[in-house]
Design a protein. Structure first.
Length: 70
């Protein structure tokens, strides 16, 4: 399993519903968004999905998404 961390502009519960639908489209084991963090950090646990795929999917729905370094 790998954990990837992304900076996003997810801002409300409505966004979470849209993100949830996106995560259902790809093989994500677990995910969460830290609204307390200024970067609105999205953490994803996966066995097969690569960061590029997550970024592309998020951007296709109008969200900012960039991988944060370890």
């Amino acid at each position: 399993m790998e954990i990837f961390v992304f900076k996003t502009n997810i801002s409300c519960k409505k966004d979470l519903k849209m993100i949830s639908a996106l995560m259902d489209q790809i093989r994500i084991v677990n995910w969460n968004v830290d609204f307390e963090d200024i970067d609105r950090v999205l953490r994803i646990v996966t066995e097969t999905v690569q960061p590029k795929e997550v970024i592309q999917l998020m951007k296709s729905k109008g969200f900012h998404c960039e991988e944060l370094p370890d």
